[in-house]
Design a protein around this ligand. Structure first.
Ligand code: ADP
Length: 334
């Protein structure tokens, strides 16, 4: 995985928790979604009720975890966080549900990966604020229902299509994240630079912003790398030249693609004559898990207009040929 890959965990991501927005006003971009949320939060607060369960959909690194934390802060509620793969046994979920207090915001990442038994437990918790618990074994086993305080579940997923409809229907609010607009990305660069105490020229910020695939986590990582380059090769100040040279060193092109993104396009063009090629076949060819291909690489390549999803598979566009400066093959309808 490249350094831009949002699923790559870098230790510095944890160290720089300071970059995480803490309030809705610090949470930049996603304007329409934020405005609605702010209304729902105020209304819940005015009624002294917990906020409706919240469903967050979008590619990695766009701010789902951050937003969940922001919602908890805005509600003045405590925040608990886990991810579906960590909820292996019923007791893992029960362990958390028995510690929620009124209005707790409980965040479950990758909610499309819940096991069916855990999902059933969650339905009851979300709907009736109760926990079904079996005590004892064999013939003497019995189920007790433990009441839990009204809490807010925030479920996040990169794949809304893989979440079962009974679960989806239990969320009162859903928010779909889009890739950030260039001006929002620039605002994020300026905010992060301020926190990291590094100075960035305006044209340098614009170039960084447009090379970070519309993803805040990616732009923060790039900013740290540019700070390294600026400190080692220059005065520490980030100029456009520092960014241009830095991006070249990292092999990130004008569209924000890394080497591996270009590799994917090249494979579709060279091995599959531009497509269509099915996701499974493509994933094997490029040496990625289908999930990684679909969750991380494809959304941005589609957004950038380089590939299209068709019923018969993935097809590269004319723009992809131009971008890679390859002659177009026989496949004229791509
Ligand atoms: P996700 O949960 O969707 O994978 P995160 O919430 O972990 O994404 O966000 C990744 C990082 O990007 C955060 O640590 C934060 O620094 C930054 N970030 C995300 N959204 C925003 C935003 N709206 N404004 C500013 N920074 C953001």
């Amino acid at each position: 995985n490249g350094i831009l890959h949002p699923e790559t965990q870098l230790p510095e991501d944890d160290r720089d928790v300071s970059l995480r927005p803490k309030s809705l006003s610090e949470f930049l971009g996603q304007k329409a979604m934020k405005e609605n949320l702010s209304v729902f939060i105020s209304a819940a607060k005015n009624r002294s009720e917990s906020l409706d369960h919240l469903f967050l959909i979008g590619p990695p690194g766009l701010g789902k975890t951050t937003l969940a934390q922001v919602v908890a802060n805005e509600l003045g509620a405590d925040f608990k966080v886990t991810s579906a793969p960590a909820l292996d046994k019923p007791k893992d979920l029960a362990g958390i549900l028995t510690t929620v207090t009124e209005k707790t915001v409980f965040f479950i990442d990758e909610i499309h990966r819940l096991k069916p038994t855990i999902e059933e437990m969650l339905y009851i918790a979300m709907e009736d604020y109760e926990l079904d618990w079996i005590i004892g074994q064999g013939p003497s086993a019995r189920t007790i229902r433990i009441p839990i305080p009204p809490f807010t579940l925030v479920g996040a997923t990169t794949k809304a299509g893989n979440v079962s409809s009974p679960l989806v229907s239990r969320f009162g609010i859903s928010c779909r994240f889009s890739f950030y607009e260039p001006e929002d990305m620039e605002a994020i660069v300026r905010r992060s630079a301020g926190i990291l105490k590094v100075t960035v020229d305006n044209d340098a910020a614009a170039l960084l912003a447009s090379s970070a695939r519309g993803t805040p986590r990616v732009v923060n990582r790039l900013l740290r790398r540019m700070r390294d380059f600026a400190e080692v090769f220059g005065s520490g100040h980030i100029t456009k030249k520092v960014v241009a040279e830095g991006l070249e060193r990292l092999e990130i092109d004008a569209l924000g693609l890394e080497k591996h993104d270009r590799e994917i396009l090249r494979i579709i063009i060279e091995r599959y004559n531009g497509g269509p090629v099915g996701a499974e076949t493509l994933a094997i060819s490029v040496g990625e898990a289908v999930e990684t291909l679909e969750d991380y690489y494809e959304p941005y390549l589609i957004q950038a207009g380089l590939i299209q999803r068709t019923p018969r598979g993935r097809v590269v566009t004319a723009l992809a040929y131009d971008h890679l400066k390859l002659a177009k093959g026989r496949n004229e309808n791509s």
